[in-house]
Design a protein around this ligand. Structure first.
Ligand code: GDP
Length: 196
């Protein structure tokens, strides 16, 4: 992986602001604070492409990043983070409309990546999302984030346990760290395989 380019193509609060469809798109979903901005920055090879937000759950926009790695160019689509404990019903409904509107209605959307902090247990939010994607035959990967926080042996055991909880084959669950770059190339390759 040598040549890399990345740019923000659009930020939109609704379908009217989405860019004209062209490149294959991969959606990124995760609980607020799961490490989505950090991972997107790593995939893009840029420090501050997606802002690492200090205020979880503040953004309610969809960001489209055009990223080229090697021979392949994709649009990485940063969907707003979720986490229901601290938000109102109205906010939750707004999130759902925006995210489901994108995932359901966007012809260029080829696959989704769900982020999961390696140290957190899987909750109904993640299981519901995966089931929702499955019902629509949207191919999905799970990126386990912040894997530098556990020693390699514990990390591997934890990855196996989470893959079982998600009921996904182990190769669909990729251990990553935005901090150490662990698994970033592997994740990119897995994404590329899903969209080709
Ligand atoms: P987002 O809300 O999902 O976009 O998450 P952020 O990317 O803003 O990250 C949330 C917090 O987790 C920040 O304090 C990051 O510095 C931290 N973080 C993200 N990725 C990693 C990682 O790979 N390793 C470690 N140790 N911390 C991380």
């Amino acid at each position: 992986m040598t040549a890399r380019e990345a740019k923000l193509v659009a930020s939109a609060a609704g379908a009217a602001g989405f860019p004209r469809a062209g490149l294959p798109e991969v959606a990124f979903l995760g609980r607020s604070n799961a490490g989505k901005s950090s991972l997107l920055n790593r995939l893009a090879g840029r420090r501050e492409l997606a802002r690492v937000s200090a205020t979880p759950g503040k953004t309610r926009l969809v960001h489209f990043f055009e990223v080229r790695r090697g021979a392949r160019t994709l649009l990485l689509v940063d969907l707003p983070g979720y986490g229901w404990a601290r938000v109102s019903k109205a906010e939750r409904a707004q999130w759902q409309k925006l995210v489901e509107g994108y995932l359901d209605g966007r012809a260029a959307r080829r696959a989704a990546v769900l982020l999961q902090d390696l140290r957190r247990d899987v909750s109904d939010d993640e299981l519901d999302l995966l089931a929702w994607l499955g019902e629509r035959s949207i191919p999905a990967l799970v990126a386990l984030t912040k894997c530098d926080k556990l020693a390699p042996m514990r990390r591997a055991a934890r990855a196996r346990a989470l893959a079982a909880a998600f009921e996904l084959p182990r190769e669909r669950v990729i251990a990553t760290s935005a901090q150490t770059k662990l698994g970033i190339d592997e994740l990119w390759k897995a994404i590329a395989a899903l969209v080709s």
